[in-house]
Design a binder for this molecule. Structure first.
Ligand code: CDP
Ligand code: CDP
Length: 212
């Protein structure tokens, strides 16, 4: 049976960066589930379809192909906002969770990151990490990312955006963002990417040993 590592946490906590390193280290497949919500949102925006029609959004979600997901074409701020809006709809979540679960069964193992992997998508995951950092640190990371890419950014606006996204993700009724009871908490506020990876690796290796 495929071994699953579930990584959840709020926006810009470092889930994606950590998941890619972990997948590489263990030779596992990786799925950034945020991209499935973003791809659905982009398809709706491109076709000028409404973001508040659950049936239309579900149909669009069912057409998303996991194989072609690419963060570079899905990274726009408007797409992230639209993604978190359609992510409150149960029919959209059901459609995407189905595809994510199918992916999680790939051998020899998978790393899935998102908001509800340990709680809903893969509740039986071998290892669950809840990666977090303070809102200030997460806003600073997003800001640095934009500036490093040659763009201009407004830290205060990004900070407000991070807080609004947290509220929406943690406050929704269907699959709110929260740590699974058996998740290991990893606060990366004061950690470099390398330090976070080493801490995660220790937790994963210990959990895998117990699982054998
Ligand atoms: O990159 P960022 O942290 O901004 O967000 P993302 O992972 O790309 O996800 C975009 C939005 O999709 C999130 O704000 C969530 O509302 C939603 N999402 C979700 O509801 N469940 C997941 N497993 C992944 C993302
Ligand atoms: O996937 P998620 O939205 O949780 O975050 P990410 O895209 O992996 O990380 C957001 C930004 O924070 C990236 O530019 C990372 O390089 C940076 N980061 C960091 O500076 N320190 C960490 N411990 C983790 C991530």
């Amino acid at each position: 049976m495929a071994l699953v590592i579930a990584i959840d946490g709020p926006a810009a906590a470092g889930k994606g960066t950590l998941s890619r390193r972990i997948a590489e280290e263990y030779g596992f497949h990786h799925l950034d589930t945020g991209l499935t919500y973003r791809a659905t949102a982009k398809a709706l925006l491109d076709a000028r379809l409404p973001l508040d029609d659950e049936e239309v959004a579900e149909k669009t979600a069912r057409e998303v192909e996991l194989a072609g997901l690419d963060r570079s074409v899905l990274s726009a701020h408007e797409i992230g906002e639209a993604a978190s809006k359609i992510a409150v709809m149960p029919a959209v979540r059901r459609a995407l969770v189905e595809a994510q679960r199918a992916f999680s069964r790939k051998e020899p193992g998978t790393v899935l990151d998102g908001r509800d992997i340990g709680t809903v998508v893969c509740p039986d995951a071998a290892v669950k990490l809840y990666v977090t950092a303070s809102p200030e640190v997460r806003a600073r990371r997003r800001y640095d990312e934009i500036v490093a890419g040659g763009g201009s950014a407004d830290y205060d606006a990004i900070f407000e955006d991070v807080k609004r996204r947290d509220e929406r993700d943690m406050g929704r009724t269907d699959s709110p963002l929260r740590p699974a009871e058996d998740a290991h908490l990893l606060d990366t506020s004061e950690m470099s990417i390398e330090a976070a990876f080493q801490a995660a690796k220790m937790l994963i290796d210990a959990a895998l040993k117990e699982n054998i």
